[in-house]
Design a protein around this ligand. Structure first.
Ligand code: MG
Length: 387
């Protein structure tokens, strides 16, 4: 059931880059949204700042060691709570209509599942939720009257480009990629690429892990997996094209050859605002532009030979079950080991591919099983070495 306004919102992962942008959007629309709950890990300064801004009912730190300090710093009347279970409780409160989940890591999966089970709407930014538990999450989303609206720019683009289309109209869905830090590099030099090189993203400003994932296209691989679950599309109806300007976020290619593109300035606040306002659209202080200001639009093919990430995603989708979780876990450790200088940039794909071969695929049964599989894949990735 899609709630009318004002909507009562819980923001999980409130202090990260998506969470802060969400706070800015919510603060611009005080008559349409009421922030009821905030949750984050340990950036108390930002949590307290947002608590003073919104006066929510409850504020959660997932780190129990910080509960006392948080309680002491919150404005009068705002309740403090701690631990991951408290974050789940915040998401399923009776007075919450919409849960915005921007938690980094696997901690966002349980609150999203529980919120969907209770018919709440979820605005989803956490990659892990669909990458690890796509089958479980979509099962709950379809079974209950809530809704699931993506925040990632590409999926928001697909969601908008597909609105009102029948499945038989859709020939293909295209996710765009910026091409990442190495799109103009000589592929022969990729072996020597350093962590600092990988952090030079041409268009988006994001965290380290996702920026390295953009350079390796593993971010796009994860997004392909998410799109598979979110839009119920088989692997051969999903593809990736490079749009260096990051202005076109996604395209729906229709049966007759038409392309419906979703474009905007590359600012996450637009996708956040749409996920909050869906199916309505509100104007805000950012996002307006002119077409000439967007400049030229360019599309390039992905270099699948030197950047084999998309092939890994296709393998994970085809194998299904717990395989996407293995890909995600292996990549996380690979990026960490690349940061430490233990492996080369080009080893990221090799490591992920090898770990995917090593860990037997299982059908998705429940979250505990998926998390156990995630742990096995991490261990295998930690001990991987180049042959
Ligand atoms: Mg994205």
């Amino acid at each position: 059931m899609i709630q009318d306004f004002p909507r009562r919102v819980a923001v999980l992962g409130a202090t990260g880059s998506i969470g802060r942008s969400a706070a800015a959007e919510l603060a611009e629309q005080p008559r349409r949204f009421r922030v009821v709950a905030l949750a984050a890990r340990r950036q108390l300064d930002e949590l307290v700042r947002q608590s003073e801004l919104f006066h929510p009912e409850v504020v959660v730190t997932t780190d129990p060691a910080l509960e006392k300090e948080l309680a002491a710093r919150l404005p009068a009347g705002v309740h403090a709570a701690a631990g991951e279970a408290a974050m789940v409780e915040a998401a399923i409160r009776d007075d919450v209509d919409l849960v915005l989940c921007a938690v980094i890591g696997t901690a966002g999966i349980r609150p999203v599942l529980e919120a969907l089970k209770r018919g709440k709407c979820v605005a989803l930014a956490s990659k892990e939720v669909l990458a690890l538990a796509g089958e479980l999450v979509m099962r709950e989303a379809k079974k209950h009257p809530g809704c699931l609206v993506p925040i990632d720019s590409e999926h928001s683009g697909v969601f908008q480009a597909l609105a009102g289309r029948r499945p038989d109209e859709i020939a293909k869905v295209w996710l765009t990629a910026s091409g990442g830090a190495f799109r103009d590099w000589d592929p022969a030099r990729l072996d020597e690429a350093t962590f600092a090189d990988a952090l030079r993203h041409p268009t988006w400003k994001m965290g380290d892990k996702i920026t390295v994932d953009s350079a390796s296209l593993m971010n796009k691989a994860l997004e392909l997996i998410e799109a598979h679950f979110l839009f119920d599309l088989p692997e051969d109806k999903l593809d990736v094209v490079v749009n260096p300007q990051s202005v076109v976020h996604a395209l729906a290619e229709l049966a007759d050859g038409s392309f419906i593109a979703q474009m905007s300035v590359p600012d996450m606040r637009l996708a956040i605002r749409y996920a909050l306002s869906y199916p309505e659209r509100f104007s805000g202080s950012v996002g307006k532009t002119t077409l000439p200001a967007l400049g030229k639009l360019e599309f390039r093919e992905v270099d699948h030979i030197h950047f084999p990430a998309i092939a890994l995603a296709r393998r994970a989708i085809a194998a299904s079950g717990t395989m996407p979780a293995v890909l995600n876990a292996a990549d996380e450790i690979a990026v960490e080991r690349f940061r430490k200088g233990e492996i080369r940039f080009t080893d990221i794909w090799k490591l992920v591919g090898d770990v995917m071969e090593q860990i037997p695929v299982e059908e998705q049964k429940d979250l505990d099983q998926i998390l156990a599989c995630d742990a096995r894949a991490r261990e295998a990735a930690r001990v991987w070495f180049r042959r």
